[in-house]
Every structure is written in structure tokens, then in C-alpha cells.
Design a protein around this ligand. Structure first.
Ligand code: NAD
Length: 259
């Protein structure tokens, strides 16, 4: 089995650091580069104590790029990733429809796997939520609540939106027509069939998601809690291994993490 050469995009960030530290100790992978922004003051510094890898602003030739940055950061780097002919695994959330379409266009030339949540537990949560939504039907009230650390930029989280889409698909609803992304003011009663969202940002919470199904007199809650970023690192590296050597195209995490 050949060692897969991975470049980490956003290597100085919370996810990038967790990923880089894991790759260095995983015999399936070698680290091609720990890539940070050009003006990042950490350029040239070693990734971790005792490591021979330093942060760099250059994206080198590699087999797979694993990206956890920002939508703008990802789109800025995308032409370089395509030019290198590398496969792309991205966990970056908060992309607009236009930015997602740019990923689709890149997938005509390289293999691309994008997932708002790389954890196995969240894959299972989608299945549980789909089951509950289809059994309970369109009359039940659904709210999706996400709790994340104080630095998270996008709200609702990409995972919360994806869980909402799972509910909508299971109930044969058009998500954009029934998603209520925030609620405030004196005209905030539920519309029929609505899927509501709320987001809390506090402390160092890695990521909690709860889908609440509210009936008269009772409610059902499906909750996933990420205790550590390793949940996402493991999935992202499984995706990198899966994507290596695949033809160009768009791939899904449930092709990789089968439960
Ligand atoms: P973070 O802010 O800690 O790190 C992002 C890093 O990307 C920063 O260091 C920033 O300087 C760097 N960056 C931005 N533009 C860049 C560019 N052009 N080139 C190189 N580096 C660039 O954020 P984080 O908590 O690590 O999360 C990053 C992204 O991943 C967010 O969108 C977050 O929502 C998402 N995320 C996804 C999952 C998942 O499982 N899919 C899990 C956790 C976080």
C-alpha cells in the first residue's frame, strides 16, 4: 500500500492543527505541506514540537488536499488545487450556492468530496433523523439546535442545515420553502410544516446538534455531541484515503463511512 501524500489547507486553524498532528503519526499518510495564509506570521515555524514540518504558504504537488479553512480561503486556493491535479477533501462550511457551484465545476477535473460534518456519528444521526421525520410526518414541529464554540463564523452550522435538509427530504418538502433560519419579533409563530433553526455560540464546545420533534404532550430529541475534533479528523482521513486515485467527480461522505 503506497503512502498518501496529503497537503493540509488551513493548517494553523483548530481543525488543521488536529489534522496535521494526526497525519504525522499515521503510517498511511505523509504530510506534503501544512499550508497557511500568505501573511500568516507562523510561516516557517514548525507545526508541532519535534516535527520536521513547517508552516508554508505554498501548495506543493501532492495526492490529496484536505481543506478546513473558510469559503473565501477555499475558493481562493481552488485553482491551485485543480492545477496540481490533486484530489480535494473539504470540510469547510458556510459556502454560498455560487461557491458550491464552483466546487462542482472543479469536480469536472479532480475528485472532490465536501461534507459539512466528517463524523461517523453524524452520519448515523442523519439516518435516525430521516427515520423519525418519515414516521412522524409533516404535522410534527421540527427545530434544529446547534451549539458551538465562540469562534465559529457561520450560523446555523453546516451540519444543522444538512440535518434540516434530511428532515425536508424525508417529508418530501422543498427545504428552501420551509426553512426558518432565525426567529425574532412579534410575528414569530410557527408556519405549517416549518423547520426552525437556532444556534448558540459559547466557550469551547466542539459541536452539538439536536433535532427536536415536537408533538402535543411529548417530544423526541435526536442529539449528537462531538467530544473532540478527532471525530472529524478520522472521517476526513478516511475520505482522503477513499478519494486517492479516484477519477474526477463529486463524491459523498456516505460513500466512505458506511453504517
Ligand atoms: P479556524 O478559524 O480555526 O481555522 C481556519 C484556518 O484557515 C485559519 O487558520 C485561517 O488562517 C486559514 N485560512 C483561511 N484562508 C486560507 C487560505 N486561503 N489558505 C490557507 N489557509 C487559510 O477554523 P476551524 O474551526 O478549524 O474550522 C475551519 C472550517 O471547517 C470552518 O468552516 C468550520 O465550520 C469547518 N469545520 C468542519 C467540520 C467538518 O466535519 N466538516 C468540523 C469542524 C469544522
Amino acid at each position: 500500500m503506497s503512502v498518501i501524500n496529503v497537503a493540509v489547507l488551513g493548517a494553523a486553524g483548530r481543525m488543521g492543527r488536529a489534522l496535521s498532528e494526526t497525519i504525522v503519526n499515521d503510517p498511511r499518510f505523509s504530510i506534503a505541506a501544512a499550508v497557511v495564509e500568505a501573511d500568516d506570521e507562523q510561516v516557517g515555524q514548525v507545526v508541532a514540537v519535534g516535527s520536521s514540518v513547517s508552516f508554508t504558504a505554498e501548495l506543493p504537488d501532492c495526492d490529496v488536499v484536505v481543506d478546513f479553512t473558510t469559503p473565501d480561503g477555499l475558493l481562493q486556493r481552488l485553482p491551485e488545487v485543480v492545477a496540481r491535479g490533486a484530489a480535494l477533501v473539504t470540510g469547510t462550511t458556510g459556502l454560498t450556492a455560487v461557491q458550491s457551484a464552483q466546487l462542482d465545476a472543479a469536480a469536472a477535473q479532480i475528485p472532490v468530496l465536501a461534507a459539512a460534518n466528517m463524523s461517523l456519528g453524524v452520519q448515523l444521526t442523519h439516518q435516525l433523523v430521516a427515520l423519525a421525520a418519515s414516521r412522524l410526518g409533516v404535522d410534527v414541529d421540527v427545530e434544529v439546535v446547534d451549539v458551538h464554540h465562540r469562534h465559529k463564523k457561520d450560523a446555523p452550522s453546516g451540519t444543522a442545515l444538512a440535518l434540516g435538509r434530511t428532515v425536508a427530504a424525508a417529508r418530501e418538502q422543498r427545504f428552501d420553502a420551509i426553512a426558518q433560519l432565525s426567529r425574532q419579533g412579534t410575528d414569530s409563530a410557527r408556519r405549517e410544516g416549518e423547520i426552525g433553526f437556532s444556534a448558540a455560540r459559547l466557550g469551547d464546545v466542539v459541536g452539538d446538534h439536536t433535532v427536536i420533534f415536537g408533538l402535543d404532550g411529548e417530544r423526541v430529541e435526536v442529539t449528537h455531541r462531538a467530544n473532540s475534533r478527532q471525530a472529524f479528523v478520522r472521517g476526513a482521513l478516511a475520505a482522503a484515503e477513499f478519494l486517492h486515485g479516484k477519477p474526477a467527480g463529486r463524491y459523498r461522505l456516505d460513500d466512505v463511512l458506511k453504517i
